[in-house]
Design a protein around this ligand. Structure first.
Ligand SMILES: Nc1ncnc2c1ncn2[C@@H]1O[C@H](COP(=O)(O)OP(=O)(O)OP(=O)(O)O)[C@@H](O)[C@H]1O
Length: 236
């Protein structure tokens, strides 16, 4: 579904991504992990079309998209849930969800009803200002807003950031549920254990380069991942 080939991106003279190559097949959950500043957010932004790339190619469903504007990528089904939720605080929960559907013209009421079934809490708070919700509720709203765009590939940037353990479990259960409804998922996470546990495959990004890839299970068992990201001391 998504193929990224030799992608590089920079902020002025800082090269944030170097020669990144990866792929995502339809129906997969892919985890992208790495430490702070590794370039994970930059990669998602480059895929969404809000961060310029200086080299490389991105194909979505066989079509080159690296020169296609961000809003048109959303129409093609490539939709991002940004880091830090970024809900529209003064707007109501329902208005935030409707904003997610702005690229679409039809069946919005049906989709809104479906989101309220998936997230009953959003239905309860539909008239509340989004800014008054807790962090976990805002994360669910941000995911619901993205689902309103009818994604085929959902890009999630740190969905568990700042959430209590119980909520983190809920968020990962929701991600698994979204995939079971036919949406492919690429998730960036600092919660490496939880992300690799639900992922079919994963990639490790370090200082802008992909350094490891494999099945979720094989990466959780990899000594380099255990030592660097899971806090496990591994004897040499
Ligand atoms: N707007 C910007 N201007 C200049 N440099 C930036 C900008 N955004 C990110 N960078 C730099 O690009 C590199 C990659 O940052 P990025 O935010 O993509 O990493 P990340 O893996 O998502 O980290 P985090 O987990 O902290 O969000 C870092 O060195 C960062 O300092």
């Amino acid at each position: 579904m998504l193929t990224v080939e030799h992608l590089s991106s920079r902020y002025g003279r800082i090269e944030a991504l170097h020669d990144v190559t990866l792929h995502v097949a339809a129906g997969e959950i892919i985890a992208l992990v790495g430490s702070n500043g590794a370039g994970k957010t930059t990669l998602l932004k480059a895929l969404s079309g809000v961060q310029p790339i200086v080299a490389g190619r991105v194909r979505f469903d066989g079509r080159e998209i690296q020169r296609i504007a961000a809003h048109r990528r959303v129409r093609l089904g490539l939709v991002q849930v940004p880091e830090g939720r970024q809900v529209f605080g003064p707007l109501s929960v329902e208005e935030n969800l409707l904003v997610g559907a702005w690229t679409r013209g039809r069946a919005i009421a049906d989709d809104l009803a479906r989101i309220f079934v998936t997230f009953p809490m959003l239905a309860d708070f539909r008239h509340r200002a989004a800014g008054t919700l807790s962090g976990g509720q805002q994360q669910m709203l941000a995911i619901g807003r993205a689902l309103m765009a009818r994604p085929r590939l959902l890009l999630l940037d740190e969905p568990s950031m700042g959430l209590a353990p119980l909520l983190i479990d809920q968020i990962f259960a929701i991600i698994a549920d979204i995939r079971s409804q036919g949406v492919t998922v690429l998730v960036v996470e600092q919660n490496v254990q939880a992300a690799l546990a639900i992922a079919d495959r994963g990639y490790v990004l370090e200082t802008g380069r992909i350094t490891l890839e494999g099945s979720g299970r094989s990466l959780i068992c990899d000594d380099r991942v255990r030592q660097a990201y899971l806090g496990v001391h591994v004897d040499a």
